[in-house]
Design a protein around this ligand. Sequence first.
Ligand code: NAD
Length: 415
Amino acid sequence: MQQTTPFEMAQEQLYACAEILNLEDDVVRILEEPMQQVQVSVPLKMDNGTTRVFPGFRILYNNVLGPAKGGIRFHPEETVDTIKALSAWMTWKCALLNLPLGGGKGGIICNPKELSEHELERLSRAYIDRIWKFIGPEVDILAPDVYTTPEIMAWMMDEYSKISGKNQFGVVTGKPVLVGGSAGRSVATAMGGMYTIREASKELDIDLSKTTIAVQGFGNAGAPAARLSQELFGAEIVAVSDSKGGIYNPDGLNVEQVIEHKAKTKSVINAPNTKTITNSEILELDVDIIIAAALNNVITKENAGNIQAKVLAELANGPTTPEADEILLKNGVHVIPDILCNAGGVTASYFEMVQNRYMFYWTAEEVYQRLDKKMTTAYHEVLYTSKKYGVNMRMGAYVVAVSRVVDAMKLRGWV
Ligand code: NAD
C-alpha cells in the first residue's frame, strides 16, 4: 500500500478541522492548496568550469494574516509535495502563535554535502537571482531549514540587498547576529519546545526533575533540546539518535559528552558508556517523554501502539501520521503537536524581523522571555480548545489556527 505523502497528510488534517468547524466548501477550496507556487531552474557554475542546473521552488501557501514566512531546504530528496505540506504547516503555525505572518516554504533539490563552499555561495545567490521578484520583507521572508545555515542566509540577504540597491536585512531571518540576526535564535526551536513540555507537565502532574526522556534526532532542534531538558528541568536523558542509529543508557547520558563525540565522529553512535539501539527502538523505550526531532512520518499505525511515553513532543514537522494520532489518543499519550511544539523557531524569526525594522536589538534573555509568553499562551489556547471540542491536541491547534485564518479571509472579503 502506498504511504500517505506529507501534503496528503496536511490536507487530511485540514479536512478534519473543517468538519469540526463546519467550514463552507468554498473556504476549504481556498485553504486546501497553496496560493502560489514558483518553480525555477538554478544554474550553478561549478569550480571545474562546467555548469549544472538545479530545480528550485518557493511556495506561498496563504498570506491573509501577513507576509509569508518559511524556511529554505537544500536536500537531494526534497520534493514539491513536502514543501507544499511544510508551507501549509507554516501557515497554521504562524496563525496559532498569533504572528502577523502567513506561511511559505522553499528549497533547492541538491546535495550540499557534495558542493564546495564557493559553489554553495554561488548557488544561494543564483537562487535569489531567480526568485527575488516573489520575495521581500513585506512579501515572503526566508529562513534556514534542513541543510541551510546562518551563513547561507547572510549570502541570500546580501544578494537580495544588492538587487534592491539597499540593505534589506528583513528579507531573511536566521542570519548571523552581526548582520541582523537575533540573539537566542539558534536554540529558539528547542527552547520553545521546552516551554510547552513544562506546561504539559503541569497539566499532567508530572515532576520533570524525575522524568526520563528520549530524543530522536540530534541536530539543530534535537541536540539543544536534550541539553536544555537537563539544564532547565534536571530530567534524565536516557537515549538520543541520529541518522546512523541511537544510543541508550538507562542511568542517563552525559549530553555534553555526546555533543563532543558527535562533533568528532559525526555520529552519536559509540559515545562512551552507551548501548547502540535502532531509530525505531528509541521511540518504543520505557521513558516518560519522547522528543521527536528528526524526520516526518516516523510514528505510524505500525508502531504507535508500542509507544510507552506519557508525552510525545513533536519538535520535527509531521512526525506522526493521522492513523497513529488516533492510536495515541486512545492510549492516553499527550501529544504536543508540531505546529505548537516547534513554533519557537518561527516566533524568534518574527522577533528578528521586528528587531530589523526597529534597528534595535534585544538580549537573549529578552528574546526567551517574550518567547515563553507566546508559547505558553498558545499551549493553553490549544489545551482549552481541545477540551472544549473533545478532540486531541493537534485538532485543538488546528481549530485555533484555521479559525484565525478563516476569520481574516472573511474580514478581507476573500470569501
Ligand atoms: P538537522 O538537519 O539539524 O538535524 C536532523 C537530525 O535528524 C540529525 O541529527 C540527523 O542525523 C537526524 N536524522 C536524519 N535521518 C534520521 C533518521 N532516519 N532517524 C533518526 N534521525 C535522523 O535538522 P533540524 O533543523 O534539527 O530539523 C529537524 C526537524 O525539526 C525537521 O523536521 C525540521 O523541519 C524541524 N524543525 C526544525 C526547526 C529548527 O529551527 N531547526 C524549526 C522547526 C522545525
